[in-house]
Design a protein. Structure first.
Length: 93
């Protein structure tokens, strides 16, 4: 989820032409805004976690919101495996 900031805007050829200077300032502002947006997205841990949870929830349910059969089967396998492991470890002690 890494985004590369755009290449820095090349400086004008030390021009004193106000129009070129203004163009350079505008381009530099756009570069700075893109960099700030990328940094903001990286530090928004809660937002990224919410997006990931939403994607997982959508993948685990059908269009109506009911759990998918494959997800229920996988959950059942995990539960059975945990119970079996607990029984085996309990007998060893």
């Amino acid at each position: 989820m890494s985004t590369t900031p755009p290449e820095p805007t090349p400086r004008p050829e030390e021009s004193t032409d106000p129009e070129r200077i203004e163009e350079h300032i505008a381009a530099t502002r756009e570069d700075l805004a893109a960099t700030i947006d990328a940094l903001e997205a990286k530090v928004d841990v809660v937002g990224r976690a919410s997006d990931r949870a939403r994607a997982l929830r959508a993948a685990a349910t059908d269009e109506v919101g009911r759990p998918r059969t494959a997800v229920l089967a996988a959950a059942a396998v995990v539960v059975v495996g945990l119970v079996a492991a607990a029984v085996v470890l309990g007998r060893r002690r």
